[in-house]
Design a protein around this ligand. Sequence first.
Ligand code: Z5A
Ligand code: MG
Length: 211
Amino acid sequence: MSPLKRGALIVFEGCDRSGKSTQSRRLAELLKSKGIPTESLNFPARSTNIGQVVNGYLTNSKDLPDEVIHLLFTSNRWELMGKLRQKLLAGTTLIVDRYSYSGVAYSVAKGMDFEWCYAPERGLIKPDAVFYLRAAPESLAKRSEFGEERYEKVEFQSRVSAVFDRICSNESTYWHQLDASQTADDLHSLIAGTAEKLLPQVATQPLDKLS
Ligand code: Z5A
Ligand code: MG
């Protein structure tokens, strides 16, 4: 009997309205249609107790010190890590819409220290691939529903974008930068091609941790 093959942890990152949710959904649908066990989730996971506090903050109904909300976003990832590890080891591929890098990018964009922000992310499961959807915040602001939540302002998004760029150049081995201004169909083809090659490559590798 062949040993059980693990699933891949695939993350989508980028500024607001860059198309992360659209591309996460399309990739998950594609993998499922090919019979590959796949589940989708997004961070913040707003349904947990911690996630509900985060949701209150994002929808502007609750104010919290920057350090507190930062650590709540991180805790929201830590509280789900055991479950995610189990699923990956059981062979399920996870498609995750935002992860630690959003945590760092949005807090650093507020003026917080990069290392301080990254430290509590260390030890979380390291993604096998990050698809970074990148486009000028001015063009993304023209997409629907921009501006409804706390961080959705062009000037702030430009600072977020600069932090994502910095992370992308540091983590170039598993980050895939894509021009988010392409059509959703073109982006999906590029992402699907990379993901389909990745799955068999990582299936027999141990899970790694963010360091
Ligand atoms: N945050 C944080 O501070 N710390 C953390 O640790 C984490 C998050 C995890 C909530 O995020 C906020 O939390 C977020 C960061 C912060 N900041 N804000 N604000 P969220 O993920 O819940 O946000 P969202 O409501 O899902 O929006 P989004 O992620 O910004 O959008 P998106 O998923 O990237 O885009 P989309 O929904 O796929 O597409 C947006 C629109 O564009 C939609 O009308 C599409 O039809 C259209 N679209 C999509 N693709 C294209 C292309 N290729 N061309 C043209 N139009 C397109
Ligand atoms: Mg989204």
